[in-house]
Design a protein. Structure first.
Length: 321
């Protein structure tokens, strides 16, 4: 193996830069040429790539986002698009691809290996923590800490005004951001895509809380919960007669300097990716199991079904009383 490429695709996540840095610098250390592909699969189809050196990844460890930029690309999803991407990689003499991204990015990368027998390695980069084969995804820790900080601030003002505040967080299919931040932030209620909550009961609990001296409440709603934030706010307002406010954190929680955990894990993923490639081991998804960074079979990793963290969900309810 002489020349590899690294790219980021799908939604960015804090720590992606740390992973890129590790792939580039450790790759060079091991005698590889490392190319950086801009804007994910879109940039690959455009042939938008350049050779990287140690200095091209300087001063990025502490930065959120991704220096390689990212994109969502429809053309690549087609059989012809994937074939064209493969052709371009061959034309540039790139012998393996390291892709840092979430579930969709991994599915896309798997197609290169399945359809064209092309060597790939995936690194789990997503704030959603929705890849069940690994105990951690790059960016989740930072995002949850950002949400936690927001909850702390919102709690101050909610308490000052005796209000209920609904904080909307990311997570279309996976409620982990809501669950972790809700448990650590002392939220009264958490609404996640995996569980339907009886809103009538929720309002009843707010009223009971008020009667027992609880003056304010925090509801965390993951964006994938089937009832919209605005509708929940109106429902709770009408049923409890309380003042209810809405805070949508949106992209605030996806940016920012990566936490210690994310920097370390991302770095370890980058090192592992290069190590595997140098050992001639391909088609792996890097993940964390029992504190160890390991390479899983990519297709098998994507088949692992997520298990809802029911214990955390119940704990939030018990502790909020
Ligand atoms: O990165 C994952 C995620 O943050 C989801 O939680 C969210 O729904 C989505 O990406 C939104 O990303 P975009 O608007 O960039 O497509």
């Amino acid at each position: 193996m002489r020349r590899i490429a690294v790219m980021t695709s799908g939604g960015d996540s804090p720590g992606m830069n740390a992973a890129i840095r590790a792939v580039v610098r450790f790759g060079i250390e091991r005698g590889l040429e490392v190319y950086g592909i801009e804007r994910g699969f879109q940039g690959l189809l455009d042939g938008d790539m350049h050779k990287m050196d140690r200095r091209s990844v300087g001063d990025i460890l502490q930065r959120g986002g991704t220096i390689l930029k990212t994109a969502r690309c429809k053309e690549y999803q087609t059989i012809e698009g994937t074939a064209r991407a493969h052709q371009i990689l061959e034309t540039f003499g790139i012998e393996a691809l390291v892709n840092i991204g979430g579930e969709g990015s991994m599915q896309g990368t798997l197609r290169l290996s399945r359809n064209h027998n092309y060597p790939v390695i995936c690194i789990p980069g997503t704030i959603d923590n929705d890849l069940a084969y690994t105990e951690m995804t790059i960016g989740f820790d930072t995002a949850v800490n950002t949400v936690l900080d927001a909850i702390t601030r919102v709690r101050d003002t909610s308490s000052a005004h005796d209000r209920t505040t609904l904080i909307e967080v990311m997570g279309r299919h996976c409620g982990d951001i809501a669950l972790y931040s809700g448990l650590a932030g002392g939220a009264e209620f958490v609404l996640v895509p995996e569980r339907e909550e009886n809103l009538k009961d929720l309002c009843q609990k707010i009223i009971e809380g008020k009667n027992s001296g609880k003056q304010h409440s925090i509801i965390i709603r993951a964006e994938g919960y089937p009832v919209s934030s605005q509708d929940v706010v109106e429902y709770v307002r009408n049923r409890t007669g309380q003042e209810v406010r809405l805070v949508v954190l949106s992209y605030l929680q996806r940016g920012g300097s990566p936490s210690l955990r994310d920097r370390i894990f991302a770095t370890e993923c980058g090192l592992k990716a290069v190590e595997l490639l140098c050992d001639g081991i391909y088609n792996k998804a890097i993940g964390l199991v029992g504190g160890e960074v390991v390479g899983f079979d990519l297709a098998e990793a994507l088949d692992v079904q997520p298990e809802f963290k029911a214990d955390m969900y119940e704990a939030i309810k018990i502790l909020a009383k």
